[in-house]
Write a protein that binds this ligand. Structure first.
Ligand code: GTP
Ligand code: MG
Length: 390
């Protein structure tokens, strides 16, 4: 199978830097053999930061990134010199990236806007040098704090496409054919189900140099909410779409029934999806004559805007674009109002076996172990009152 350039799912091991140790140094100079404690503080460990980047469209650049480690803070030294902070590591991600804890499935954060920065893992604080611990009863503290440990977490990042229109239909309905007819996208088209294995985006140009983005997602079948077919894993891409374009082919036995099955599957995945504006396109209408169209028209629900189209003959395509454009721009359907629900591990966020395979480390590439200082230490928060907790 040709490798897809649409990467909507990556798994990365992240580790912040540990804090540098505080120094237990005593001032020494000629004629001052017993100077006071002057050990400086350790530097802070580097953070792992996520930053939204509107020029990124997929998680592809992160596909081969197995791990991201921030730098450790350096130890403090004499003369109250603080150690250097560890280097922060920033991971650039496309807007609409959702981050989960790979082990627990817990939702961690979502990067929505360009330039938005989220501190995913905080670097360990540097330990305080011994001069902080000088007191009336202890003039020569031989004690300094170690740095705070690093934090390690394996994360899963998923991308929610920010398309205006999401295509919903059974396999073979003609979704990809439509996208390739009205945009520059060239998804694979074939006369068998599940041709589309990965979501595809296309920019559809509209009148007066306007445009909107349409997402073609793999076909949905009855029982998808129970994991049949490709399941509903891809439906998360349409959670944000302003408008859902349902597609049922003209040669279906019962168009209305097929439409209702699709709707039910969507509702089971996320009830909010049913509140989105919908348009129904009856595809492959070049197979029908006018008489048949009039007959079928009578059987369709009145409350649902629908149009008979053919990606092959061009029939109904302009009407469809008009309908989509007005639904997208209907003030009451603004994307800001769209609710995004984060469901924890309940099926479609669970790592699939196939994905696990893709993201396994190659044999010769193993991540270095997280060092363990084995240092028993009571992390007394008050001790940092002097410290610089950035
Ligand atoms: N006659 C006719 N055939 C069409 C039309 N649109 C698509 N087809 C045919 O229907 C078949 C399926 O088309 P696709 O675009 O691959 O369907 P899909 O909905 O993307 O299918 P999956 O990716 O499997 O979900 C192909 O053989 C197309 O040539 C149309 O407007 N008229
Ligand atoms: Mg397809």
């Amino acid at each position: 199978m040709a490798e897809s350039n649409f990467i909507d799912y990556v798994k990365i091991l992240c580790r912040s830097g540990k804090g540098g140790a505080g120094s237990r140094h005593f001032y020494r100079a000629k004629y001052i053999p017993k100077g006071g404690p002057d050990g400086g503080d350790g530097g802070r460990g580097g953070h792992i930061i996520l930053r939204g980047n509107k020029n990124m469209w997929t998680l592809l650049p992160l596909k081969y990134q197995r791990h991201v480690f921030a730098g450790n803070g350096s130890s403090g030294t004499g003369n109250r010199s603080s150690g250097k902070d560890g280097e922060d590591k920033t991971i650039e991600v496309p807007c609409g990236t959702v981050v989960f804890d790979a082990e627990t499935g817990e939702f961690l954060c979502e990067v929505t806007n360009d330039g938005e920065e989220i501190k995913l893992l905080k670097g360990g604080r540097g330990g305080l040098g011994n001069w902080h611990f000088k007191s009336a009863t202890n003039q020569t503290p031989r004690y300094a704090q170690p740095g705070e440990p690093a934090i390690e977490k394996t994360i899963i990042m998923e991308l929610k496409l920010l398309a205006d229109v999401g295509l919903v239909g059974f396999p073979n309905a003609g979704k990809s054919t439509l996208l390739s007819a009205i945009s520059a996208a060239r998804p694979k088209i074939a006369d068998y189900p599940f041709t589309t294995m990965e979501p595809q985006l296309g920019i559809v140009s509209y009148r007066d140099n306007r445009s909107f983005v349409m997402a073609d997602i793999p076909g949905i079948i009855e029982g998808a909410s129970e994991g049949k077919g490709l399941g509903l894993r891809f439906l998360r891409h349409i959670e944000r779409n302003a408008v859902l374009l349902f597609m049922v082919p003209a040669d279906a036995d019962n168009i209305r029934e097929q439409y209702e099955i699709l709707l039910r599957e969507l509702e089971q995945f996320n009830p909010d999806l049913v509140d989105k504006p919908r348009v129904l396109a009856i595809s492959k209408s070049d197979l029908l004559d006018d008489e048949l169209i009039a007959e079928m028209e009578r059987e369709l629900p009145d409350d649902l805007p629908h149009v008979f189209i053919s990606a092959v003959s061009g029939m109904g395509i302009n009407t469809l674009k008009d309908m989509l454009w007005s639904a997208i721009n209907d003030e009451s359907n603004r994307i800001e109002n769209a609710t995004i629900t984060h469901r924890p591990l309940d099926g479609h966020h669970r790592v699939r076996e196939e994905d696990e395979f893709i993201f396994q480390l190659p044999e010769d590439e193993t991540a270095p172990e997280l060092e363990d200082d084995d240092e028993e230490f009571d992390w007394d928060e008050t001790a940092w009152e002097y410290g610089d907790d950035k």
